[in-house]
Design a protein around this ligand. Sequence first.
Ligand SMILES: [Cu+2]
Length: 121
Amino acid sequence: MAMVVVSMEFHSSTGEHYVVGYDYHWRLPSAESFYLVWSRLHTFKSNDVLVFIFNNTIHNVAEVTKEAYEHCNGTNPISLHTTSPTELTIKNMDNHYYICTIGDHCKKGQKVGIEVKDSPN
Ligand SMILES: [Cu+2]
């Protein structure tokens, strides 16, 4: 009985988990728009969790500003994550932007912007 209660509390306090890129995970996409298309197919809310799964010897995840995202500037990220999987909780209603800072991966499409639309239930 106690375990059921704990389980329900856990469920209600966390949002959906989204694996970025589905089974393709987080790597160089075959099409530049791949992660943009992925992002647009979901409605993200605060407390949802983005899961980045990647080969950490050749990729990373950096949260960056919108401007840095648009220019693929990874020199001064908001946060940098180098272990996989990286789970990032959306903590506010702002939009969020993530890139890989390795080589020219971002310019080749390894970047994703998250539009946060609703508050949690
Ligand atoms: Cu990369």
